[in-house]
Design a protein around this ligand. Structure first.
Ligand code: PLP
Length: 381
């Protein structure tokens, strides 16, 4: 591994071989199949691929692996301090692969630390993939582990309340059961859970890693043994990342540190001002920092979200432009009311994903939205 700083590696990771290839931008390989002139040798390689190994050579078939996607996987693994990374079509496809791998290994029980992303909560609660779940607080997670437990799932900072979990303490308490940390909100710029003892890191790459609201993807960073089981599941179930998405995500990583630091500085300033706003009843902003701010408000939250003009009222997050949404109506709607309450998600909570706009323009927009929201009845045309 290179001796350069982490920020430098974010720019160059996954591209170290380009100069020798006489290239500057990474090539996009759109092949769905690869020539297999030596059938016997290729059959042997296919057996290895089916076992989850990846020799980095021509992948035989497009569902097995892709050279452009591999570049993104190598780069993300390096930035998370992992041996390997396995990319998927979306964050939920990545989580599904983890759950299926765990069921295949005969450990179908999951310990879920709430709050989690709404669909993650729903997938675990539904048992759709053959898992069962016990919901706990971080402190009670270890005592919820049984002989059948294959995974502890946690988000920190969590969606949408931005609750923080002591990952090191949780991983220590739960060992040897691997802790999967959804690091979508913090990104490896602010937190590298594997260095804190986590077994797996999940990203909805759709968010900060892509960073421009124009690519969907998911990725798991982990050790090579877990990566093999995830590649096996991906090979069998087919939720592959498209090569163009792989290209876009690799490009996103190069600006990730700059984007996250700039947006976090703006978010910290907005959090400071929101905390003093007469219509904010409770502010949620992580000690760790970051570009997400949530707050509870005495204004009708739906009217507030509908009243923004510069900020876009929309789900998702981590884009160059700012987005605002009402979790109880949208991202966490799929949870029932009791589960939402259990997870600490107030009906008055509003979640703001801070982008790269000027802080004064964002504040002016929020301020006018509070005033229009106060009048009430404001709806988008
Ligand atoms: C969006 C999101 C997911 C799901 O990712 P998709 O790419 O939408 O499938 C999982 N976890 C968190 C924290 C998210 O914000």
């Amino acid at each position: 591994m290179s001796t350069h700083s982490w920020t430098t590696r974010a720019v160059h990771a996954g591209k170290d071989d380009l100069a020798a290839l006489g290239l500057h931008a990474p090539p996009i390989d759109l092949s769905t199949t690869y020539p297999s002139h030596d059938v016997v040798a290729e059959a042997g390689r296919l057996d290895e691929f089916a076992e989850g190994h990846d020799d980095g050579g021509p992948p035989v078939y497009g569902r097995v692996a892709n050279p452009t996607v591999r570049r993104f996987e190598r780069a993300l693994a390096e930035l998370e301090g992992a041996k390997a990374a396995v990319a998927f079509a979306s964050g939920m496809a990545a989580l599904s692969a983890c759950l299926l791998a765990q069921v295949a290994a005969g450990k179908p029980h999951v310990v879920g630390v709430r709050p989690l992303y709404g669909t993650t909560d729903h997938l675990l609660g539904s048992g759709l993939l053959g898992t069962s779940v016990t919901w706990t607080s971080p402190d009670d997670a270890a005592s919820a582990i049984t002989e059948d437990t294959g995974l502890v799932v946690v988000e920190s900072p969590a969606n949408p309340t931005l609750d923080e979990v002591d990952v090191r303490a949780l991983a220590d308490a739960c060992a040897p059961v691997p802790v999967l940390v959804d690091n979508t909100f913090a990104t490896p710029v602010l937190q590298r859970p594997l260095t804190l003892g986590a077994g797996m890191v999940l990203h909805s790459a759709t968010k900060y890693l892509g960073g421009h609201g124009d690519v969907m993807g998911g990725v798991i960073a982990c050790d090579e043994e877990l990566a093999r089981s995830l590649r096996q599941v991906r090979f069998m179930t087919g939720a592959v990342l498209h090569p163009i998405a792989g290209y876009e995500l690799l490009r996103g990583l190069a600006t990730l540190p700059v984007r996250v630091r700039a947006a976090s500085a703006t978010a910290a300033e907005l959090a400071r001002r929101l905390a003093e706003h007469p219509r904010v009843t409770r502010l949620h902003y992580p000690r760790l920092g970051g570009a997400m701010v949530s707050f509870e408000t005495s204004v009708d939250p739906v009217a507030l979200v509908s009243a923004v003009r510069l900020i876009t009222p929309a789900v998702s997050l981590g884009s160059v432009d700012s987005l605002i949404q009402h979790p109880a109506s949208l991202t966490h709607r799929i949870m029932d009311e009791v589960s939402r309450k259990d997870a600490g998600i107030s009906p008055d909570l509003v979640r703001l994903s801070v982008g790269l706009e000027d802080v004064e323009d964002l504040w002016a927009d929020l301020d006018q939205a509070f005033r229009r929201g106060e009048v009430g009845g404001v709806r988008l045309p």
